[in-house]
Design a binder for this molecule. Structure first.
Ligand code: TUI
Length: 314
């Protein structure tokens, strides 16, 4: 059985985290992943603190296993949500899209393990010094807000930059990806896109269908001009946004084009105006499954590969 330091640190069975996908990763999905032996994560996204508190309560009502909360630091409600996570004494906080240093003391005082998502080795160093318990190194293959460096290049460099346990994220959707992450020095993985089609995942059926139909070339990064690069499925929205991005449209108008687009995808399944965030492994996602089966399948595949890895050495 695959086991690593992160399992002991967090009291989880398998070293597999579910990504904190804004608007998507609610208490029900997080609990299903945690019940399956991984670490489920409730995503705060841009939601106000009371909504996040409610989802934490939902997760608690559905599992007695540890789960985490992801705090999206660009949210206008980040301060309030950070306090809520501390008050609720969740087991783990992961953070994204910024530097969480100002909250670290408050979370540590609440006994919370803080695991920031980073897209660079320098940020990993900073987070180690600030008291992080582990680091999630997320490569640009991931869905949503992306950094420049690929998982293959980022993970070993983050491992070299810190003594903390490193969780690899971005482009990991099956046991091959998980096994490869261990070879790069990681002691666990975070998976987002594959959980979009979990039975317990709340996204609109159109969203699941789009992910299931995606190919290897099915995603694109938009938003570079405004400094917020985001990977999503190629759709009418992404095509039109990309065209606008390379036109003379003023920045504020461009910004307005994207407002509400993720909600339209998740809740309405709006194939014209919705922004369907997904990572580059979308082309490998072929069927809807219970979240616990996704966790078990990935881990079991990785076990077989890792056990057989000696075949490469004489
Ligand atoms: O955060 C993510 N992925 C996300 S957040 C999100 S919601 C959103 N929607 C539109 C625009 C922006 C966000 C959708 N997907 N992943 C974790 C992640 N964090 N990737 C990269 C980073 C990151 C980037 C910069 C972490 C730290 C950082 O530090 C910069 C600094 O402040 O020094």
């Amino acid at each position: 059985m695959i086991n690593s330091t992160i399992c002991e640190m967090l009291g989880i069975t398998y070293p597999l985290f579910q990504g904190g996908m804004a608007w998507i990763a609610d208490g029900k999905l997080a609990a299903a992943v945690s019940n399956g032996g991984g670490l489920g994560i409730v995503a705060a996204g841009n939601a106000p603190a009371d909504v996040v508190a409610r989802e934490i309560d939902v997760a608690r009502s559905l599992t007695d296993k540890p789960f985490g909360v992801n705090i999206m630091l660009m949210s206008p409600f980040a301060d309030d949500v950070a306090k809520t996570a501390a008050e609720k004494k969740v087991a783990v906080v992961t953070t994204g899209a910024g530097n969480p240093s100002k909250y670290m003391e408050m979370w540590s005082a609440a006994g919370i393990k803080v695991i920031p998502v980073v897209a660079s080795a320098s940020m990993a160093k900073l987070m180690s010094r600030a008291g992080a318990a582990a680091i999630i190194a997320e490569g640009g293959e991931s869905g949503g807000h992306v950094g420049e460096t690929t998982t293959m290049a980022l993970v070993p460099q983050v491992c070299d930059a810190t003594d903390l346990p490193v969780i690899a994220a971005g482009g990991i959707g099956d046991g091959r990806g998980m096994a490869a992450a261990f070879m790069l020095g990681a002691c666990g993985v975070q998976v987002g896109t594959r959980f979009l089609v979990a039975e317990e995942c709340c996204v609109h059926p159109n969203y699941k269908e789009r992910v299931l139909k995606a190919t290897d070339l099915g995603t694109v990064v938009t938003g570079k001009r405004l400094g917020h690069p985001v990977r999503s499925l190629r759709t009418q929205f992404s095509r039109e946004y990309l065209k606008a991005e390379y036109s003379s449209m003023p920045d504020d108008e461009l910004e307005n084009l994207a407002v509400g687009a993720l909600r339209l995808a998740v809740q309405e399944g709006d194939l014209k105006k919705g922004c369907f965030l997904a990572g580059q492994i979308a082309g490998m996602v072929t069927r809807e499954q219970p979240a616990a089966d996704i966790v078990r399948e990935i881990v079991e595949e990785a076990e077989v590969i890792l056990k057989g890895a000696a075949k490469w050495v004489r």
